[in-house]
Write a protein that binds this ligand. Structure first.
Ligand code: SF4
Ligand code: SF4
Ligand code: FES
Length: 237
């Protein structure tokens, strides 16, 4: 039987890699490998997943040096030589093994005012945006983010400046900025135009290259920079 040579991060930030030999299987994903280790070899291994189909965003890890969704990453695509090194996401505190603490990631969504705030009350009917309208197209490019933090983990500016809001929160702010139903955009623009916001992005593009949903946070951040400059010229910032 063919096997994979797998090294998995164990412990907290000061942990170490532990080696495992895992049977090679057809159509095997990296999440299948981690699950095999946890179920058959090392039941104390901590990791996180839920949907297994690329919808929940909870299974992201660093695989052979690159942040990825493990449930949609086939071993064939990333380990042609049969070697896998699996670690927690970068740029987030490690709780244990492959599990990171996502609080600062989601706190930054809150800081970027990533919550939709419409004008209608709960007694009103839903405000609809027609699927084929220009208004809907404005948000389509960036709305499918599932909060997996692959982009955040791949961003060097986050590594240098832990205060930086990061690509996912800024992408979310951009999506809401273009939403015709949104009522809180002046505050949102002020929240993302500071030193730790859109102007800190160095346009390295790692977020855009790695996003498994083919979103371009870089393009959204460029849009925020333009919007912030226009608002500043009008004296609105
Ligand atoms: S922008 Fe892409 S990589 Fe970043 S959190 Fe959203 S889905 Fe994940
Ligand atoms: S484009 Fe900006 S947000 Fe994206 S990885 Fe580069 S510096 Fe980070
Ligand atoms: S387990 Fe849900 S995205 Fe991978």
């Amino acid at each position: 039987m063919k096997t994979l040579d797998v090294r998995v991060w164990r412990g907290g930030a000061d942990g170490r890699y532990q080696g495992f030999e895992v049977p090679r299987e057809e159509s095997q994903t990296v999440l299948d490998v981690v699950t095999h280790i946890q179920r058959k070899q090392e039941p104390t291994l901590a990791y996180r997943f839920a949907c297994r189909v690329g919808m929940c965003g909870s299974c992201a890890m660093t695989v052979n040096g690159v942040a990825r969704w493990t449930c949609r990453t086939h071993v064939d695509a990333v380990a042609p030589d049969g070697r896998l090194e699996i670690a927690p996401l970068r740029n987030l505190p490690v709780i244990r093994d492959l599990v990171t603490d996502m609080r600062e990631f989601f706190d930054k969504w809150a800081r970027a005012k990533g919550r939709f705030q419409g004008r209608r009350t709960r007694r009103d009917d839903f405000e609809r945006v027609a699927p084929d309208s220009e208004a809907r197209k404005q948000v389509d490019a960036a709305i499918e983010c599932i909060g997996c933090a692959v982009c955040y983990s791949s961003c060097d500016v986050v590594a240098w400046n832990p205060d930086y809001l990061g690509p996912a929160a800024l992408n979310r702010a951009w999506t809401l900025l273009r939403d015709v139903r949104e009522a809180a955009n002046p505050e949102r623009l002020r929240a993302v135009a500071g030193d730790a916001g859109c102007h800190a992005c160095h346009t390295h593009l790692s977020c855009t290259e790695r996003c498994p949903k083919q979103i371009s946070p870089t393009a959204g951040i460029a849009g925020l920079k333009r919007a912030a400059a226009a608002a500043a010229l009008k004296g609105e910032l």
